[in-house]
Design a protein around this ligand. Structure first.
Ligand code: DC
Length: 219
């Protein structure tokens, strides 16, 4: 069977990660979490003391970075210059900083090339915000996964419960702010591609979403 490029875009907490992983497993494809790359840059910028609006500093930082994914028994791990930063990039602070640096054209340009090179071999599920619109406009199958803000906040809260001290209200505020940043930025704003299949997961289980997507993919 032909190996495809599949894109799954949408806002935080819509279930993209769980669904993308499951689709990749079922098809024996690679899975790439592009949000982790933006988080990786945010993490390194913070470590190096580069401000979120400092385009020159961000450009220099990107030119020295080597971000790549490896798979081990714990799942997909993000390496930055060979050190594993997977767990450090999941804090609320890095979420907001990732959203801020993702609006800078220098950062998007750097990651555009990197993401396209990760898709060269086909047989990949890419999860993000602009996968179907900008990075892979010719993708074989595009989805836009959404859910109501309340449902997304509850899901994210449950996911973070053991690792973060945020209340549900704080999680909902963070998600709202990030959505607004990601939707309103000038370069590659979060939006569905014209040819994306739109799915609202508010009242669907993971399995229902996965089955729905697989039926589109196989047709
Ligand atoms: O998917 P995530 O929550 O880990 O993404 C973190 C931030 O990265 C998100 O708020 C916006 C940015 N992002 C982006 O601009 N484009 C992508 N393709 C993926 C993520």
């Amino acid at each position: 069977m032909k190996r495809l490029i599949i894109t799954i875009d949408g806002p935080a907490g819509a279930g993209k990660t769980t669904v993308s992983r499951e689709i990749a497993d079922r098809l024996n494809y690679k899975y790439i979490d592009t949000g982790a790359l933006y988080r990786g840059i945010a993490f390194e910028a913070r470590y190096a003391g580069v401000g979120q609006d400092d385009d020159m500093g961000l450009e220099n930082l990107c030119s020295t970075l080597n971000l790549n994914f490896v798979k081990d028994e714990r799942g997909l791990r993000l390496l930055s210059n060979n050190s594993d930063i997977t767990d450090q990039i999941r804090t609320p602070e890095i979420s907001m900083l990732a959203s801020a640096v993702s609006a800078r054209p220098v950062v998007r340009k750097y990651l555009l090339d990197l993401q396209r090179s990760m898709g060269r071999e086909k047989g990949v599920v890419f999860e993000g915000r602009d996968m179907g619109t900008v990075v892979f406009p010719d993708a074989d199958m595009k989805f836009y996964l959404n859910a109501s803000q309340k449902v997304r906040a509850i899901r994210r809260y449950r996911e973070l419960e053991s690792k973060s001290f945020q209340t549900l209200e704080e999680v909902e505020i963070e998600i709202g702010l990030r959505d607004e940043n990601d939707r309103k930025r000038e370069v590659a704003p979060m939006k569905p591609a014209d040819d994306a299949v739109m799915i609202d997961s508010s009242y669907l289980s993971v399995n229902e979403v996965v089955e729905m997507m697989l039926s589109y993919i196989s047709n």
